[in-house]
Design a protein around this ligand. Structure first.
Ligand code: R5P
Length: 314
């Protein structure tokens, strides 16, 4: 058995159990609940002095907690590990909340992704292991090692069954063009971009399509679905332009607000998400979840053994 100590917060126990299964290592004992006044209470159940510790906790909302609750659980667990003399603490954050607030896009707004990075480092993490950061540059907010895994191997497996002549990979906005083009190049299939205009945090519109999709199967790939506006509008545009079918593969299924209703009434025939975020009840049938437990688990194993993790990107 690996000599690492795996802990989890309350955000996503199912994913943490999957990671533990993969690593053949137990999730370590801890008390993690609330004091009567709602403050987070953490108490580690075992001695961690000199141990290589990993804490699995996506910082998204979960069925019984907010984004901020789950972030604070992570911070307090890290503080407890640090004060208990853990040798190394790695935050394993499959979904990094606040990642979309990564720049001052107008005056008098915070850069909250950087604030979260500061909080994690000040709490005492030595490394961050995360998945598909909204912007790769967020790695630069940390002056400690950051491993930003990508779902590419999982998504490529899903796309392997299509005839490249009939397939078009579609970027739902200009920001995701580079990543989507890399998929299209790898698969030697068609490529298209939707020109999206965003009016506010939660409202956007698909304006024009660059590329040919008529009579072809379209696959839209993105990092996050939140309100669903980006995806549903893009899919509608593809359908209007004669696409034979429209599917999606998205890393983080946040599904905020009326996202499920929008997807249920959309032209999508299939919508693949990973389990980086815990599932919400009421998902429409088109949603299929694939697990990142093995990917995260293997990255933890390699980190612990000081092995390269670049092989996981291929
Ligand atoms: C935008 O840059 C992101 O990659 C997503 O496309 C966006 O955040 C999704 O948000 P929503 O589902 O609310 O349109």
């Amino acid at each position: 058995m690996l000599d690492l100590y795996l802990f989890t917060g309350n955000a996503h126990p199912v994913l943490a159990a999957g990671v533990a299964d993969y690593l053949h290592t137990p999730l370590r004992e801890r008390v993690l609940d609330r004091f009567a006044d709602g403050e987070v209470r953490v108490e580690l159940g075992e001695n961690v002095r000199g141990r290589d510790c990993f804490v699995v906790q996506p910082t998204c909302a979960s069925p019984r907690a907010t984004v901020n609750d789950n972030l604070f659980e992570l911070l307090t667990m890290v503080d407890a590990l640090r004060r208990a003399s853990a040798r190394r603490v790695t935050a394993v954050v499959p979904y990094f909340g606040y990642a979309r607030q990564d720049r001052k896009d107008k005056p008098r707004v915070p850069i909250t992704a950087k604030l979260v990075a500061n909080l994690l480092v000040r709490a005492g993490i030595d490394r961050l292991l995360t998945l598909d950061l909204h912007a790769g540059q967020i790695q630069g907010y940390f002056d400690i090692p950051v491993d930003n895994l990508l779902p590419r191997p999982l998504f490529l497996r899903e796309l392997a069954g299509y005839d490249p002549a009939e397939l078009v990979i579609v970027a739902p906005d200009a920001g995701s063009a580079k990543i989507n083009r890399a998929y299209a190049d790898r698969l030697d299939c068609g490529f298209a971009i939707v020109d999206k205009s965003r009016f506010s945090t939660d409202a956007s519109k698909a304006l024009t399509l660059i590329g040919e999709v008529r009579d072809r199967h379209c696959f839209i790939i993105d990092d996050i679905i939140s309100t669903g506006g980006t995806m549903v509008n893009a899919a509608r545009l593809l359908s209007e332009r004669g696409a034979k079918s429209v599917r999606a593969a998205v890393t983080h299924g946040v599904f905020a607000g009326k996202a499920f209703e929008k997807l249920a009434g959309s032209v999508f025939t299939e919508f693949i998400v990973t389990d980086s975020v815990p599932p919400r009840p009421g998902a429409p049938d088109i949603i299929r979840t694939i697990s990142v437990a093995k990917l995260m688990g293997e990255a933890i194993r390699r980190t612990h053994l000081d092995l390269s993790i670049s092989v996981l990107f291929n």
